[in-house]
Design a protein around this ligand. Structure first.
Ligand SMILES: Nc1ncnc2c1ncn2[C@@H]1O[C@H](COP(=O)(O)OP(=O)(O)O)[C@@H](O)[C@H]1O
Ligand SMILES: [Mg+2]
Length: 409
């Protein structure tokens, strides 16, 4: 036993310790990292099952926030081996963000550490992980404040347009966060997309609530004068034409203007229209969005058109976008939303999804076997040639535990 046990490099089970944190469950698997719900254990902390049960309950937003703070719950981002340096940079960017706007993700510091001068910490916390072949990897990890309301991607899965007041409120919050990134941290986010916009608390199915957004994932962000090869990792559908053509070249902050324009259009239209594909492929003529958005004011449509300009030199800076959006009639409309049917209260666990899928497979398999059996009996008659057998579940469909608590030696 050492003070720094080696952690198996696979999906971590509830109860697994990572430094001072304890895993509650997997929240999501991104393109570069696993993101877990985790907590800092303390005397008097609730058992994991009770925590989970409470988080599933319908609660007032302020009660939920207080619960998350009191129980020292956070999100823990653990990178895949190839993306460790992305995460080290993300940590550094977030550490530099003193006094960030509410819609920018923050590093999580447990209450006992609140007085510590975080600038003295040289880098992100790290732990030793062992892969399936026994090879060791020293990986950094990122403790983040937990946003319990799922992502904009989850919300847009319903394929329904959001009320214009709510769409503009979301774009404004994300726009403020981006203005801060551009103006204070001198960073291009370069991955503004619905999966990188999360909600602090869940929407309610009946009581309208104003969405509180958080822009996450600075894993591919960079200073515009020092572009990295990471532009390859942004999501193509949300990136401007210059991202296709200027491989490794100089990008400007207005990359993010374009991406936020696509997200805004998607929120207002319910799905992504082909307009943005056309822009990305640099079709000769830009087609204005007004016919797609009959519910929106001409002013709002003009702003989206400006954001989606194929020529980066013609796109407004984010601070201008924020100013313009704030002056639209939609910014005066109610921003509150109810959770549409079919959208989960918060991001559902991929683990639960997988278990449900496997369970469905087993049920389908058993049903098939029973049906075959009945058919066989009907065909062969009441005296089967072979002794009757019980249905056997194929081995491949049996749920195997994906991991154990035992550290790899
Ligand atoms: N702080 C957080 N609170 C809640 N969910 C989060 C948080 N950070 C990430 N997630 C979830 O994990 C997903 C992937 O996280 P992200 O940081 O974007 O990883 P990647 O760099 O691999 O894309 C997000 O889409 C979101 O669903
Ligand atoms: Mg992401």
């Amino acid at each position: 036993m050492t003070d720094h046990p080696i952690i198996p490099l696979r999906e971590l089970p509830p109860g697994q310790r990572v430094g001072q944190f304890e895993i509650i469950r997997l929240l999501n698997r991104g393109g570069q990292a696993h993101i877990y719900l985790a907590r800092v254990p303390f005397d008097g902390g609730l058992p994991i099952a009770t925590l989970e049960e409470t988080l599933r309950r319908r609660m007032r937003a302020d009660a939920l926030r207080a619960f998350i703070t009191d129980q020292r719950i956070c999100a823990l981002k653990i990178p895949f081996v190839d993306f460790a340096d992305h995460l080290t940079d993300e940590y550094e960017y977030l550490r530099r963000a003193s006094d960030p706007p509410p819609a920018l993700v923050r590093l999580y510091t447990p209450p006992v550490d609140r007085t510590r001068h975080t600038r003295e910490i040289p880098g992100p916390p790290a732990a030793r992980f062992a892969d399936a072949n026994g090879a060791m990897h020293q990986l950094p990890y990122l403790p983040l404040e937990y946003s319990a309301g799922g992502s904009l991607k989850d919300l847009l899965r319903a394929g329904q347009p959001l009320p214009p007041g709510a769409a503009v409120a979301i774009a404004l919050q994300v726009g403020y966060a981006l203005s801060y990134l551009h103006g204070v941290l001198n960073l291009v986010h370069h991955d503004v997309s619905p999966s990188n916009i999360v909600f602090r608390t869940p929407l309610d199915p009946t009581e309208p609530r104003a969405p509180e957004c958080v822009l996450i994932d600075l894993a591919v962000a960079y200073h515009p004068a020092r572009p990295t090869q990471r532009f390859r990792f942004g999501k193509e559908k949300y990136l401007p034409p210059e991202s296709n053509t200027m491989a490794g070249g100089r990008f400007d902050y207005v990359v993010d203007t374009f991406s936020l324009g696509v997200v805004l259009l998607e929120m207002l239209h319910g799905t992504l229209p082909s307009t943005t594909d056309a822009v990305r492929q640099q079709r000769p003529r830009y087609v204005p969005v007004a016919p797609l958005l009959p519910q929106c004011s001409p002013a709002l449509c003009d702003i989206i058109d400006a954001m989606l300009q194929p020529d980066p030199a013609r796109r407004p800076a984010m601070a201008t976008v924020v100013q313009w959006l704030g002056g639209t009639p939609e910014a005066q409309q109610p921003a509150s939303l109810v959770r549409p049917d079919g959208v989960p209260a918060a991001s559902t666990s991929p683990v639960i999804n997988r278990v449900l899928l496997i369970a469905a497979g087993i049920v389908a398999g058993l049903t098939g076997l029973v049906a075959c059996g009945v058919l066989a009996i009907l065909l062969i008659g009441s005296t089967p040639a072979e002794p009757a057998t019980t249905a056997v579940v194929p081995r491949s469909t049996i749920v195997q535990p994906t991991s154990t608590l035992a550290p790899v030696r």
